[in-house]
Design a binder for this molecule. Structure first.
Ligand code: PLP
Length: 296
């Protein structure tokens, strides 16, 4: 996969860069059509560790539209590992395009009830097989954060004052905090509603020294909850594509860009700021929208 780093570009957002604030986007969505964005970076050290431990299979958790599940399936196929996805909810009559794609890369699906899904430790104990290597939902964990820290190596990020990303589990943000330099602030835009434990869960992936770095969480741009996508958001995403030719997804990056546009408008960033927005991919999630909703 590392050979695909060359696809990643840092794109200047012409329309958003004013006299006082410069905005660039790290286009991780261009990494690869399937394992796009941050998921490859979060997985890489788990896969490496599984191979070192001579495990045969990666087992992980996710919902029917999970970017993490499809990325796991593809990355495992490339690494010569088998993959198993523990999927939230009963088996549907028709598989989502995400799960269909994942099975096409060899991932085995195990559906569990929503109730059982809540207790992952118990599920792991019940379903575990010899040779299985377990990765947390969304790749959450210290190794995931250490992998995510390497996503910033794909550009010269030293010139920026702010590194801004969407947060689900907080793993990617923890990686950005690990990698960031003393003059930089990392900002996480949460896409979950009422995720009060986000800060604690993110900080659990940091060392004491890293917890003294400069970072903050912004929680009011979730659009009423995970994967909720009101017309206002869709309109914004289409407009963004027209103006800057940047496609975004309804779950993560659409909300990230919306938040940053709003913060710039409200003079949140002081003059001279140079922002690096992490486009973490996730575009496959848009396939769940009715056709024609998006212009790209
Ligand atoms: C999973 C994902 C995120 C969230 O990453 P976390 O490390 O869980 O916070 C952000 N953007 C995209 C596109 C994702 O698929």
């Amino acid at each position: 996969m590392q050979e695909a780093y060359k696809n990643i570009i840092t794109q200047k957002m012409e329309g958003w860069s004013t006299g006082s604030v410069q905005v660039d986007v790290l286009r991780l969505d261009l990494l690869h059509p399937v394992v796009s964005g941050n998921k490859w970076f979060k997985l890489r050290f788990y896969l490496q560790d599984a191979l070192i431990q001579q495990k045969t299979t990666i087992a992980s958790f996710g919902g029917a539209y999970s970017n993490h599940i499809v990325a796991t399936a593809y990355a495992c196929k490339k690494a010569g590992l088998c993959s198993v996805g523990i999927i939230r909810g009963e088996a549907p009559a028709v598989l989502s395009h995400t799960l269909l794609a994942a099975t096409s890369y060899g991932l085995e699906l195990i559906f569990v009830s929503r109730e059982a899904y809540r207790n992952k430790a118990q599920l792991q104990q019940r379903l575990d097989r010899p040779g299985w290597y377990w990765v947390g939902e969304g790749g959450y964990g210290i190794m995931g954060a250490e992998g995510a820290a390497t996503l910033l190596n794909t550009t010269d990020f030293s010139i920026y004052t702010h590194i801004i990303c969407a947060t689900g589990t907080g793993t990617m943000m923890a990686g950005c905090i690990k990698a960031c330099l003393p003059h930089q602030q990392v900002i996480g835009i949460s896409v979950l509603k009422g995720h009060e434990s986000l800060q604690q869960e993110t900080e659990a992936l940091l060392t004491a020294t890293q917890r003294n770095k400069n970072y903050r969480f912004i929680q009011q741009y979730h659009f009423d909850g995970y994967a909720k996508h009101p017309p206002e958001l869709i309109r914004f995403m289409n407009q963004l594509y027209m103006q800057e030719q940047i496609p975004t997804d309804i779950v993560y990056t659409g909300k990230l860009f919306f938040a940053v546009a709003d913060l710039i408008r409200k003079d949140f960033f002081c003059s001279g700021s140079r922002l690096l927005l992490i486009h973490s991919g996730g575009l496959q999630g848009n396939a769940s929208l009715p056709g024609g909703s998006l212009i790209y």
